[in-house]
Ligand binder design. Structure first.
Ligand code: 15L
Length: 277
């Protein structure tokens, strides 16, 4: 559990009320205690019951696919950190509900309730079919590696529409692999430490003007497939790196099957994950 008394980011900005969706998910649980340092009230939501609110929190059970739930969820919030929705390759039905209908409900609620900034947990799987010997920047066309990546590409386009037409700002973070440590050779390139995740989310919340900006969520890894040149205005400076884990990871995984699509493409195993059973 992170130390909530010492925020990782040194931002002096404090929000009256932040909303964290998907607070019961892997990264939601990690961000929940951390985000409290940056707001007076943290509203946390999930589709299942999260139990009692901690000090400084409001808890709301809400389904993304329920437009009424989303309207009530966004009432009175200053900004949203949207970690909710489906986060792996799955059949189309749950992806449609959580990541397509749910995103439309979230952005409609933001428009109607006057919420002006959303930090959207997009994914590196928007560009998962680029090869591991290519370096991709945020202006290159999407190449989703499955229904999940496709739904995140939709989310980014939706964010662009709500910025262009209704002035709702978004930072779409194409999160890499955010775990306690990289689990394999691929994650030496895609690793995002939890502290760097916090730094990135806080930078995305507090940068003065973002319009709709896209940024890859990665630590300062020596190996990288992603170029954040066009997102420097967000002011994210990673402090961690996968390099401290490199020796152990390479010792565990000495060889790579270069014919395996999971080793060829950036999306790794997602490029061959099937929702069709
Ligand atoms: C993701 O988008 C997933 O949510 C996460 O579980 C990881 O698998 C990550 O991508 C990854 O690419 O490693």
């Amino acid at each position: 559990m992170p130390n909530t008394s010492t925020p990782t980011s040194n931002s002096g900005i404090r929000f009256p009320r932040l909303l964290l969706t998907g607070a019961g998910g892997n990264l939601g649980q990690e961000l929940r205690p951390r985000l409290k340092a940056y707001c007076d009230v943290l509203r946390v939501s999930h589709r299942r019951d999260l139990g009692p609110a901690a000090a400084g929190e409001e808890v709301q059970t809400a389904s993304l696919e329920d437009a009424e739930h989303m309207l009530s969820l966004l009432d009175g919030v200053s900004a949203v950190v949207h970690m909710g929705g489906v986060s792996t390759e799955q059949p189309w039905a749950p992806i449609l509900a959580g990541n397509i209908v749910g995103m439309v409900n979230l952005y409609e609620a933001a428009r109607l309730k006057g919420v002006k900034r959303i930090v959207f947990a997009s994914s590196n799987h928007v560009t998962g079919f680029y090869r591991q010997d290519e370096v991709v920047n945020t202006r290159m066309p999407p190449k989703p590696d499955g229904f999940y990546g496709l739904s995140k590409a939709f989310g980014e386009d939706l964010a662009q529409l709500y910025w262009d037409r209704w002035g709702v700002e978004t930072v779409s973070i194409r999160i890499g692999s955010s775990f306690t440590e990289p689990r394999d050779r691929r994650m030496l390139a895609t690793y995002l430490s939890y502290d760097d995740l916090e730094r990135l989310v806080v930078a995305a919340l507090t940068a003065p003007i973002v319009g709709h900006s896209i940024i890859y969520g990665m630590s300062d890894n020596q190996t990288t497939w992603w170029d954040n040149t066009h997102a420097k205005h967000i002011g994210y400076r990673p402090q961690d790196s996968s390099d401290v884990f490199r020796h152990a990871v390479e010792a565990r995984q000495q060889t790579i099957d270069k014919q395996d699509p999971a080793a060829i493409y950036q999306g790794g195993a997602f490029v061959k994950a099937t929702p069709h059973g």
